[in-house]
Design a protein around this ligand. Sequence first.
Ligand code: UD1
Ligand code: CA
Length: 516
Amino acid sequence: MSPVEPVSPPRPTAVVVLAAGEGTRMRSSTPKVLREIAGRTLLGHVVHAAAALNPEQLLVVVGHGRDQVVAHLATLDPEARPVDQVEQLGTGHAVRLALDTLPRVDGVVVVVAADSPLLTSATLADLLARHVLAGAAATVLTAVVSDPTGYGRIIRGEGDEVLSIVEQRDADAQQLEVDEINSGVFAFDAELLVKALKQLGVENSQGEEYLTDVVGLLSAAGHLVLARSVADPLEVLGVNDQAQLAAVGAHLRDRIIGDWQRAGVVVVDPATTWIDATVVLSVDVTLLPGTQLHGATTVAAGVRIGPDSTLRDVVVGESATIIRSHLEGSEIGADASVGPFSYVRPGTVLGQGGRIGAYVETKNARIGAGSKVPHLSYVGDAVIGVGTNIGAATIFVNYDGVAKHHTVVGDQVRIGSDTMLVAPVTIGDGAYTAAGSVITEDVPPGAMAVGRAKQRNIRGWVSRRRARTPSAEAAARSATASQEAQSGSGAPEGESELTSDVTGTAPVDANEGQTE
Ligand code: UD1
Ligand code: CA
């Protein structure tokens, strides 16, 4: 929205959030106000905006899906109080029930609907401040929209005065032409509101107590009712069906991304980037196309994420890089890198400058500074020290079919490719394991562990057992060429075997299959 002049409003006696309706048009068993966009439920967005007014009481009227909504409300704001509306007899009825729970009613009461998640606390604060400044009985947040269908229409008097609000279903042809609509957000003088609510009738097309009729009653009694038009009509968009939920979600996405762009974040493709309202970013963060940041994710300066990466509840340290990966509940250290194509599961802590490379899955794993798991590995329930290298296709075998077990790998360890570390097991500092080993016993510091069958080469096996195959022919050609080369150059008799068995007989001197 355009800048709102800063005015500090008084503390409202209560904010009443209306959340009892069924949300029939969503056609879903989930209560409407529990639908999520940008990392918060619809109710969460509204409660968040309302809480910024610091009301003495935050009252939430609940009805449909009551138990679920009440349980969720407790997680949003333990101070908020649910008010039961067993039968949904209208918005006026809902507010009346809420005010009945207050020990005293004076000062200002603010009313908001729970299905307007784009509403900002700045707009609420502005409404409240204007209302108090003007000494009005009621102030209605309104919006001028291109399509007012379905909304209550604002019937204005002189200047900003409002005479009444007419619901779509009860409006005549002339009233339907009005393009200024009721957002469903109000500030009221509490005492006048309580009196007017007692006078509400149900003589309307829905047979409900309309909160909007309070406006007509107050105005007719000579009290001042004002309209405060919202700068950005998008803010009062309501969610009534799945299409509106997605549309409002996209607007929220645009707003969040715009805010981060103004704060120095590079968003290469806003249309495919999703950032929850709860995420915290820093300057010089670059988000490549297809990046989704969710929940309590925090990203430090200079980090590059994407393309096509999803992070939920992840803390990313300065200048780290994450490429085409999925991360949850993890910490990625400064200058560390992840991906492409890796799955970093909860409890992963990657140290400074560490690496989780391609096609790696980690879970509940602390990987020390500078340590690397570069390729095709599973690291589960493990602690790895600093400067250690885990060879390609190493598996931390953590599950015996019933229980999970833990593996400890020390500092500066070199785990050979295709090692199975069968937990519980400990690999001492500076130790090596030979490629292809199954390690079931602890390895002392500095030792080379070899846990595999000794290789033997059965010479001539192919020519005997696979005669006349392309392999046999290739082997024969190679043997001939080798003989000719030897007789031609007069080289001494030597090894002409096709396969060396050096790694089987002399593991401590050979390449044990490290990969980096
Ligand atoms: C309401 C307004 C309309 C306004 C629109 C803005 C009334 C009569 N009409 O219409 O002028 O333009 O909002 O979006 O107020 N609720 C309860 N208890 C009830 C009835 C409703 O808690 O008995 C809650 C709903 O859950 C919802 C909110 O009040 O969060 C608004 O109710 P809804 O039925 O959506 O009203 P609209 O038809 O949208
Ligand atoms: Ca509505």
